[in-house]
Design a protein around this ligand. Structure first.
Ligand code: MG
Length: 336
């Protein structure tokens, strides 16, 4: 394609739209369902329960250390399906593009979506593109909707959590938040801050092996670990106790947060999961997580308690106990 930038006509539904679809999207994402080019995707689904999740991505910058908006758009939806106990199957993708976006940037976003989807074993089967006038959007926004199959008997939800259940986090927290913040503010550290953006499809093995010994999973994205723990404590009507010393945080995130006066427990993650599991299964789950590359830094960070209902208590590294509240206000806008 000779055009260097996305033009309004690329969203017109006419010849230019057709060329954009054929030369950018279809080329990168080709599969037997997408290639039919019907008004919607027609596909086989296994019989049983399905999970469906939708998310919109408005992150700035579009390209950041460890990923880009395209990779993030796949990971965000894949990880929400995984959190439901589902095996991700299919994705729809909708772009809202500001006129003038460099075609090379779009190609690069589309390519990283294809690579991430391939890695996660999910197929992009239908999509839409709209182009709006300059100033009506900021370069590109992406919506992804995914569906996945929930294996027989899997039932992950906060209501199944009981006092004594262990809480596992699958790796170091705060990496995505710091990567975005440092890129935006032009901060540099001796070790570069990299986003943890990753599709957590490997957790499927853990789900298959441990089934309903896992009570609930949630990915600590916006608002970070502290916010997810509070949401779950409230929904499950249980208490949550965690030990700060047991929560994995990288040296670079710890150092930067100290310097910036921020708390890693409220920083966004895009490749982590919080797992509530029965106490008798927790050791096995932890050992298996630690043997997988994506979740090698997993740790047990605390447990569910009968009270105080709906609250999260943290024992600090100095041994004091305090309430870990919800995130107040906007920490870092347009983080995902
Ligand atoms: Mg989520």
């Amino acid at each position: 394609m000779k055009d260097e930038r996305v033009l309004l006509a690329h969203g017109s539904g006419g010849l230019m739209s057709q060329r954009l679809i054929d030369e950018v999207f279809k080329k990168a994402w080709s599969n037997e369902i997408l290639d039919n080019m019907l008004d919607g995707a027609v596909m086989e689904v296994p019989s049983g329960r399905m999970a469906m999740s939708t998310d919109s991505f408005v992150i700035t910058p579009l390209f950041f250390p460890g990923g880009d908006i395209g990779k993030l758009a796949i990971c965000g939806t894949v990880n929400d399906l995984v959190a439901c106990g589902a095996r991700p199957l299919y994705l729809s993708v909708a772009f809202i593009i500001e006129e003038g976006l460099a075609m090379d940037q779009l190609r690069s976003i589309v390519k990283s979506m294809a690579e991430t989807a391939e890695e996660a074993g999910i197929k992009l089967i239908t999509g839409d593109t709209k182009v709006v006038e300059k100033g009506s959007a900021d370069r590109v926004f992406i919506n992804t909707t995914g569906i996945g199959f929930i294996p027989e008997g899997i039932d992950f939800r906060p209501g199944r959590i009981e006092p004594g259940d262990k809480i596992i986090v699958t790796g170091q927290v705060g990496d995505h938040g710091l990567a975005i913040l440092s890129q935006r503010e032009g901060l540099s550290f001796t070790t570069p801050a990299l986003s943890d953006c990753a599709p957590l499809y490997q957790l499927g093995e853990i789900v298959n092996k441990y089934g309903n010994s896992i009570k609930c999973m949630r990915d600590p994205t916006r608002g970070g670990l502290a916010t997810v723990l509070n949401e779950i404590a409230g929904q499950a009507q249980i208490g949550v106790r965690v030990q700060e010393a047991d929560i994995p945080v990288s040296l670079v995130v710890r150092g930067a947060c100290d310097m910036l006066g921020m708390d890693p427990l409220y920083m966004a993650n895009e490749g982590k999961m919080v797992i509530f599991a029965a106490a008798d299964a927790a050791e096995g789950i932890l050992a298996d997580l630690q043997s997988l590359p994506q979740t090698a830094d997993a740790a047990v960070i605390g447990e569910a308690t009968s009270e105080p209902e709906g609250m999260v208590l943290i024992t600090t590294e100095l041994g004091a106990r305090r309430i870990l509240g919800m995130l107040e206000g906007e920490h870092v806008p347009r983080i995902c």
